[in-house]
Write a new protein. Structure first.
Length: 189
C-alpha cells in the first residue's frame, strides 16, 4: 500500500495551528478610563524664581551674556570675564531680592593687582561697589532696593571691575565667574 504524504502534512499543519491558537492569553478588561474636564487647558503656573540666576554651566548661559565674558567649553562651571561684563535676565518674581554673585579671585590675580572693586549696576542704576581684598572663591549678596528690579521683565546687570588682572598672554581680565543674578530674600514680603 502506498502512503500519501499530503494528508499527513495537512494534518500536521492543522494540529500546529490548533496548538498555537490555544496558547493565546485569556482576555482581560481595558484599564479604567479617565475623563478630562471640558474647557481650555489650565495655565502652567510659572516658577517665580525662574530667570533669576544664570550659572556659567547653564546650557543657555550665552543667551544671557551681553558682553565681555570669555567663551569656554560647554558645561564649564567657571568663566573669565573682561573688565565690563554685562548680562540680561528675564525675571518673574514677587518677593524682595538680593543681588547675588559667586566668583573667584585666583591667587595670582589678587597678588598682581591687590584689592579689586566691582561697581555693580542694574538697568544702568548703581547698586553697590564692594571692594574685595582677599583671594579665593566668594559669594556676595546685597539687598536690592524696592523698585530697582521690576516684578516682570528684562533686567540688565553690568559690572565694572577695577583694577584689571592679566592672563599669562597679557589679556586683561576682571574675575573668574560662576553665577550671577538674584535670590529671593526669604521671609520678606
Amino acid at each position: 500500500m502506498s502512503s500519501n504524504p499530503v494528508p499527513v502534512r495537512l494534518f500536521a499543519a492543522l494540529a500546529a495551528m490548533f496548538i498555537v491558537g490555544s496558547c493565546t492569553p485569556p482576555p482581560y478588561p481595558p484599564p479604567p478610563q479617565v475623563a478630562m474636564p471640558s474647557g481650555p487647558e489650565p495655565p502652567i503656573t510659572p516658577d517665580p524664581t525662574a530667570g533669576l540666576l544664570v550659572a556659567m554651566s547653564d546650557p543657555d548661559a550665552d543667551a544671557h551674556i551681553l558682553g565681555d565674558v570669555f567663551p569656554s567649553d560647554p558645561g564649564s562651571e567657571w568663566r573669565f570675564t573682561g573688565l565690563h561684563p554685562k548680562f540680561r535676565l528675564d525675571v518673574q518674581h514677587t518677593a524682595p531680592l538680593y543681588f547675588y554673585l559667586r566668583f573667584s579671585t585666583i591667587d595670582e590675580m589678587q597678588r598682581d593687582r591687590g584689592a579689586v572693586t566691582f561697581a555693580i549696576a542694574i538697568n544702568g542704576k548703581p547698586l553697590q561697589s564692594p571692594r574685595f581684598t582677599t583671594n579665593g572663591e566668594r559669594e556676595y549678596r546685597w539687598p536690592v532696593p524696592e523698585g530697582l528690579v521690576p516684578n516682570r521683565g528684562i533686567v540688565e546687570i553690568s559690572i565694572d571691575i577695577s583694577p584689571p588682572s592679566r592672563l599669562p598672554d597679557g589679556t586683561p581680565v576682571g574675575t573668574f565667574l560662576n553665577t550671577i543674578g538674584f535670590e529671593e530674600r526669604s521671609g520678606e514680603r
